[in-house]
Design a protein. Structure first.
Length: 263
């Protein structure tokens, strides 16, 4: 059985190798955990699946700490060092948008919850104790698939923190503009998200795309298949609000889910 799993799994993952293996482009993140595509033996395959390595990007891909911290949700979510996170979504559940966010040691840091029975797509980011941090909702009718994010459980306009929308209506690869509520000039976006629907990866930039502040990539492991979960590794750069990054990744996931069903 182990040998058959080994052959089937490596054959399946090899189909992805041309699109998800690391490249020489310094602007594209490298993901050493994808070396699991190549297993020397069925025994090594089973060992690695039982004890998968922690998601970690090479140190050289991390930019120098920002001189001014990026604190959108609060300074308590800022760290002077890179923060590695895993975002996990159960695939078969009545609660859409149900995510668990842990550190690389498996300690719960955040939860994201929503409901299929709500009239509007609504998600709430909670801390580990269940306290609401931010609520984000999708605009009912929007060609750009716009999402609004509010402080706590509020949906009042005075508590609006930021807006996320597609950069353009027609896209081959996902690009999202993030505009803070404090940006009254309307001149450009405050953050840019560039992702890939096929690879389920993204890079988050400060401003219009010149300075990387976070990276995400879907983890392809046997555990995610067996446990019926999607797992994403996220690296948040130093002095960047990691709760804010979690919210952006979840919104990206929701927009891509809509796109895969509609476009």
């Amino acid at each position: 059985l182990a040998h058959r799993l080994y052959i089937a799994y490596t054959a399946q993952l090899s189909n992805y190798s041309s699109s998800i293996l690391p490249t020489q482009n310094p602007n594209i993140p490298s993901f050493p955990h994808l070396n699991l595509i190549f297993f020397p033996s069925p025994i090594k395959f089973i060992q690695l699946m039982a004890y998968p390595p922690a998601f970690q990007l090479p140190a050289q891909t991390v930019s120098a700490p920002l001189p001014n911290p990026v604190a959108v949700l609060g300074p308590q979510f800022i760290a002077p060092y890179p923060v590695d996170l895993r975002i996990t979504k159960k695939l078969m559940t009545l609660a859409e948008g149900s995510f668990a966010v842990t550190d690389i040691n498996g300690t719960l840091m955040f939860k994201v919850k929503g409901s299929v029975f709500s009239l509007r797509d609504r998600r709430v980011l909670l801390d580990a104790a269940g306290n609401p941090i931010i609520t984000f909702m999708q605009k009912l009718i929007s060609a750009h698939r716009t999402w609004y994010a509010y402080r706590g459980e509020s949906t009042d306009s005075e508590d609006l923190l930021f807006t996320v929308k597609k950069s353009s209506i027609l896209q081959f690869k996902t690009q999202l503009d993030v505009i803070l509520a404090t940006n009254s000039s309307g001149s450009g976006c405050d953050f840019k998200i560039k992702g890939s629907l096929l690879e389920r990866a993204c890079t988050i930039y400060l401003g219009d795309g010149s300075f990387v502040i976070a990276q995400m990539h879907k983890e392809h492991t046997l555990q995610s298949i067996v446990l019926d979960k999607d797992t994403f590794g996220v690296l948040v750069y130093p002095n960047v609000d990691f709760a804010f990054i979690v919210a952006l990744v979840v919104i990206l996931f929701e927009i891509n889910e809509d796109r895969s069903g509609d476009d």
